[in-house]
Design a protein around this ligand. Structure first.
Ligand SMILES: *Cc1c(COP(=O)(O)O)cnc(C)c1O
Length: 395
């Protein structure tokens, strides 16, 4: 059986989306910046996609700017805002300890090369940022607050609307990395007082290599990609038309089935969680529960075993899972997210993430529940760490 349970790392481009994209690779290849009528097809296709993305967020199409990835949208929001604010004497960025590396490494860059002062807000044991902490961190030098909408490793959904309201009151721009959230949750940028929001198509059954930044009307961070006048002079480079068309289609389809998907994903999620807790002794669920958790996220620590080892065992059984962030899987450092939740190193090392989606079936949930308890038990039998741990719980 082939079981893909890593929808948070990426999703397959859906057939309908691919079909909508195809003409823009070949027959409708015109450069949208050209003046002849042939190129107007490309221009119109981009504007349709912009409207599709905007509609899903309750934004105005003029507030959507396409980028080359979610990572680029994050870079633009942070660098563009801080570089401009520093000219006005504001050099403070507030973010969190559990952000994606697209935010964390950008914040480090800003600190290293521009002397930006960065506050990394802590989270509680379920991964929640406190609105009170955001409030207390704000100074008269604060140029931007950036708090992710939902965490990609443990699925915790942050109190974004409350943080948005606070920032609006304090007149500080608020950015949120919604790359995961936009694939599963209803987002209303107006009601939630969001000023900037990052998205990525390949996390929502669209193509890789295209993202977007929502920029509330009136906000003008410095450009990130300099060059031609594309995207109203805000983001240079000839547009990835097929990618943008695919993004628009993917977003519209996603929106039309959001509630249905949410329901089925969370039912399967809760069945997988309950089953693993029942079948595997000393299993720890990481993150929050119920509707404060992304509907498709399951993240566990199994003390006494290495997550990497479990991944290989699962792979041998046809199951694709993850230890957390796909981006950090090449390093052996434990996840910065799990450490921020207060997990000890040995627990953070024994973590495993399953993320469900359109490829998931009920049979696959049964299969994982069948296979994983045996794998964990066998690895624990060989593990000195597990023996040590058993001694500590017996005493
Ligand atoms: C995947 C992801 C990104 C990066 O998006 P890309 O389009 O792959 O660059 C950023 N933030 C979060 C939370 C993500 O899950």
């Amino acid at each position: 059986m082939f079981v893909y349970m890593d929808h948070t790392a990426t999703t397959p481009t859906s057939p309908e989306v691919l079909k909508a994209m195809m003409p823009y690779f070949s027959e409708n290849f015109g450069n949208p910046s050209s003046v002849y009528s042939f190129s107007r097809k490309s221009r119109a296709a981009i504007e349709k996609a912009r409207a599709q993305v905007a509609a899903a967020l309750n934004a105005d199409p003029a507030e959507i700017f396409f980028t080359g990835s979610g990572t680029e949208a994050d870079n633009w929001a942070l660098k563009g805002t801080l570089e401009k604010a520093m000219k006005a004497g504001k050099n403070h960025l507030i973010t969190t300890a559990i952000e994606h590396h697209a935010i964390l490494h950008t914040a480090e860059y800003l600190k290293k090369y521009h002397g930006v002062e960065v506050t990394y807000l802590p989270v509680d044991s379920e991964g929640f940022v406190s609105v009170e902490d955001v409030k207390n961190a704000i100074t008269d030098k604060t140029a931007l607050v950036s708090v992710m909408f939902a965490n990609n490793e443990v699925g915790t959904i942050e109190p974004v609307a409350e943080i948005g309201a606070l920032c609006r009151e304090k007149k500080i721009p608020f950015h949120t990395d919604a790359v995961q959230a936009a694939a599963h949750l209803d987002i209303d940028v107006k009601a939630m007082n969001i000023d900037m929001l990052s998205m990525s198509a390949h996390k929502m059954y669209g193509p890789k290599g295209v993202g977007a930044l929502y920029l509330r009307k009136g906000l003008r961070p410095e450009n990130f990609v300099h060059g031609g006048a594309q995207e109203k002079g805000r983001r240079a480079a000839t547009e990835n038309i097929a990618g943008i068309v695919g993004f628009g289609e993917a977003m519209e389809i996603l929106k039309s089935r959001l509630e249905e998907d949410k329901k089925i994903n969370s039912q399967r999620r809760d069945r997988l969680i309950a089953g693993l807790l029942e079948k595997i002794p000393h299993a720890k669920l990481n993150g929050a529960t119920g509707d404060k958790r992304l509907p498709n996220n399951v993240n566990f620590s199994f003390i006494g075993v290495e997550g990497e080892t479990l991944l290989l065992d699962l792979d041998a059984k046809g199951i694709s899972a993850s230890t957390g962030s796909a981006c950090s899987s090449e390093s052996l450092d434990p996840s910065h997210v799990l450490l921020a939740l207060g997990l000890k190193h040995e627990m953070a090392h024994g973590s495993l993430r399953f993320t469900l989606g359109r490829l998931t079936t009920d049979e696959q949930i049964d299969y994982v529940l069948d296979v994983l308890p045996e794998i964990v038990a066998r690895r624990r039998e060989m593990s000195p760490l597990w023996e040590e741990y058993l001694k500590t719980v017996k005493n």
